[in-house]
Write a protein that binds this ligand. Structure first.
Ligand SMILES: Cc1ncc(COP(=O)(O)O)c(C=O)c1O
Length: 382
């Protein structure tokens, strides 16, 4: 049996709608993008949603919308994908890395204030694996120091915090989602920015397409199709009707797909809960996770990955902390010892397969083999 770390859930319906989009002759951003944005707004329950071609693009445009400037500082957790920090560098601004909590792997809000200076402009909490961060505590800090909050919700469709879906938290400035191939809602590549602030959404709409005053759709829909004006120094970050058509299909089944991941997570939790070799993911009780990832902590992580690979079970590690990457270490001089929790989490973390198309035989195989391999190691973690 071969169990890859991830398989994207797609059916004939995605193929049909992508084909329809191609046949319509509208290959770039057009009516389907608009429809996708509208349906996304309804699903999340937020007034503004702007589709782009990645979460990286959404994060970049979010920072532009809040007016990030050279030498400004933005606080991000070190346990994230590079995109969260990279977008800050586009402005010659500084990513300031904060350590994380051992149990949730999310930013440790008790440490944020120690990183705030008079140059701090924003915080980007990352909802790791789909579990929302301590948003109320983050808003308190943001209010005290007059900081913007941009959520990196690349993992968080659908997740909720105190009963509200991520993407619809009113105290955040902008929330950024990813529709990358491995994500819970996938269009191959894609992203979305949501906000309650129409000035931000207008700014992001203009800058996703070169700073042109109107979207291509508006232009082609008007009689004077040739005229445009550049009103900002924008980017080429628009998405396409092909991607949006796939997104509409994927959006429709989000709750069902999450139910399937919840089912797998429950099976893993039940199977491993008394296992001395495994620390299970911990979800705080006032929030729900999308279960984009299922990350356990174990001893002898590297050896375990290799043994599982020999058994045809794909696993992964999320994430190599930003402060360990050569470019970031050399450019910003992060001190390894400031991130003791992230370092420990990194050494112990193992992401198991969790995707809707896994069947019971595959789930049970993973459980059996993980138990066996860890038993061989004879190296308890708790
Ligand atoms: C936490 C996080 N932020 C941002 C991104 C970037 O997403 P995208 O590939 O859509 O740009 C990713 C992608 O893996 C991610 O995991």
């Amino acid at each position: 049996m071969q169990i890859p770390f991830h398989k994207t859930h797609t059916t004939d319906e995605e193929i049909e709608v992508a084909t329809d989009a191609i046949k319509s002759g509208w290959l770039t951003m057009g009516p389907k993008v608009l429809e996708f944005e509208n349906k996304f707004k309804e699903y999340i329950k937020v007034p503004e949603a702007v589709a782009v071609n990645s979460a990286t693009a959404a994060l970049h445009l979010a920072l532009k919308a809040i007016g990030l400037q050279r030498d400004d500082e933005v606080i991000v957790p070190t346990n994230t994908f590079v995109a969260t920090a990279e977008v800050i560098t586009y402005f010659d601004a500084i990513p300031v890395l904060c350590d994380i909590e051992y149990d949730t792997h999310n930013i440790d809000v008790s440490k944020i204030e120690s990183f705030i200076t008079n140059k701090t402009k924003a915080i980007i909490p990352v909802h790791f694996a789909g579990q929302p961060c301590d948003m109320d505590e983050i808003y308190d800090i943001a209010q005290k120091y007059n900081l913007k909050v941009i959520e990196d919700a690349a993992h968080a469709i659908p997740s909720s915090y105190k009963g509200t879906k991520i993407g619809a938290l009113k105290n955040s400035d902008i929330t950024c989602f990813s529709f990358y191939a491995t994500k819970t809602l996938s269009t191959g590549e894609g992203g979305m920015a949501t906000t309650f602030n129409s000035d931000y959404s207008k700014n992001i709409k203009v800058n996703r397409l070169h700073g042109i005053s109107k979207d291509a759709w508006d232009r082609y829909a008007t009689k004077v199709a040739w005229y445009y004006d550049i009103i900002d120094n924008g980017n080429k970050y628009n998405t396409t009707d092909i991607n949006a058509s796939i997104g509409l299909v994927q959006l429709k089944k989000q709750d069902k797909l999450r139910d399937k991941r919840v089912y797998i997570a429950k099976k893993y939790i039940e199977a491993f809960k008394n296992n001395k070799n495994i620390i299970l993911p911990f979800v705080k009780d006032d929030r729900t996770t999308s279960w984009h990832l299922f990350v356990i902590k174990i001893k002898d992580r590297d050896e375990t990955i290799e043994k599982l690979k020999e058994l045809d079970i794909g696993t992964s590690v999320h994430f190599i902390p930003i402060h360990k990457h050569t470019y970031y270490k050399n450019t910003y001089g992060y001190k390894n010892e400031e991130y003791s929790i992230a370092n420990k989490v990194f050494n112990e973390s193992l992401s198991l397969p969790i995707y809707p198309d896994m069947n019971d035989i595959e789930i049970d195989y993973v459980i059996k083999k993980v138990k066996e391999v860890l038993e061989e190691n004879k190296n308890a973690i708790k």
